[in-house]
Design a protein around this ligand. Sequence first.
Ligand code: ADP
Ligand code: ADP
Ligand code: MG
Length: 500
Amino acid sequence: MKKKKAPRPIRKVLIANRGEIALRIIRGCHERGIDTVAVYSEADRWANYVARARESHFIGPAPAAESYLRMDRLLEVAKKSGVDAIHPGYGFLAENGDFSEACRDAGIRFIGPPPEVIRKIGNKINARKLAEENGIPVVPGVSHPVTEEEVAAFAGKHAYPVLIKAAGGGGGRGMRVVRKKSDLGRAYREAASEGESAFGNSTLFVEKYVRNPRHIEIQILADTHGNMVHLGERECSIQRRHQKLVEESPSVALDEKVRTKMGEAALRIAKAVGYENAGTCEFLVEGRKFYFLEVNTRLQVEHPVTEMVTGIDLVQEQISIAAGEKLRFRQKDIVPRGHAIECRICAEDPFENFAPSIGQVAAVQFPSGPFLRVDSDLRRKTDVTVHYDSLLAKVIAWGKDRTDALDRMEQALREFKIVGVQTTIPFQLHLLRNRKFREGAIHTRFLEKEFTLDRVRTKHDREAVLLATALERERRERIAPSPAGTTPLSPWIQEYRGPE
Ligand code: ADP
Ligand code: ADP
Ligand code: MG
């Protein structure tokens, strides 16, 4: 048991993020009577989450490097507004050890692991080493930085295809599959330069490219007193360019024995680094074999599916842990119920090879209904820009079993109308009706190899256009012009303001 001081309550939290996750964290805080401080860039001035926080501060121009990634500005706002903690969300500074340390140095609690833990495990090579030392199976590969020649030697021994990966990579970036020797040089250079430009780290390592694995990950929670639990798995095998699009829990591929083993493996590695707060241990799974991939030292995009099946609010738990409280449950108390699925609705055109789609949202109609959750910062007139990732909304459906959850999701996506940008909804609707997907016969290259999207635009899209016209007419008839001098905190702002 580690020795830690008595809990210190958290009363005010700065959210160093934007969009749906900022809103999610704001809700979690307000439910507990905790004050919130939002930060926003030029592009997010009129965003929903900005108006929902108790207080909000401008931090700079649209590019993330000049706003959401500026530690100095974030800490300045944190001190000025007197917060006692910072929640980093996901992406941006969430897995940055220096930020966690800067918070600590400023006497502000970072809602995530301490810097030492992030540094130790955030680097994929270190994480692999740690897994090996703790007897957890890893994908055949090397656990040290490699030169191009060393990759060639590895491939000579283990045969192509191999996967070159950036030690600091994330979000599917900094990775290149190499299928034959002649492609190696280019793949190596590309992975290194992407690692350098996106993560400031050009170090590479190499793994055998597993042909058709599943991606299954384990959610963990660890308090500052040495107590840890895992909250079961999420299957995230539906991916494009190594990025998740649909996630569910439980996975149809695991039996109780393998599930227990994976949970134990995740906790073993967490224990080995002295993990604190919420984290995710990712694995590749082939049949009944599993291989450690990496640990994400933050709240995950797909955390709601775990919340839906376990009934545990992960953001609230993160705050409790950061406040120094002990976990209120043990492993045996975690009893998942039913099935949950999440669809990431992105501003991408599935009929044009998922090209990003930008523009202004002319109309939006959210789905609703029993056992359904929509996490989104979207509203009419939201500008979808090139500056941030393309996630518009997450739809999460719960059901008593998988079929029930999938049926409910299908209904929800038929109701969900977004006009003004192309979205992944038509793709997800097709997927939900795909026989193999329904059977659960999926793997990380399922979309690439076993799925074709009907190129005909669906009835769904035509309905969206009709809706947009109707809503626009209604707006003109019913809504008065914006009252002069309305403050950004006025509830009416949601209807009136935004770039005209
Ligand atoms: P998840 O594992 O939660 O599904 P993703 O891998 O999809 O998360 O990443 C979520 C967001 O975080 C994306 O915007 C992605 O670009 C960003 N991201 C992921 N890893 C990193 C990292 N190491 N550094 C910076 N941003 C990251
Ligand atoms: P990131 O930090 O970008 O999330 P991960 O190591 O978690 O990187 O891998 C992301 C995805 O890339 C996995 O879900 C999987 O689809 C694919 N992948 C990673 N490593 C391998 C591998 N050795 N073989 C096959 N696919 C892999
Ligand atoms: Mg990953």
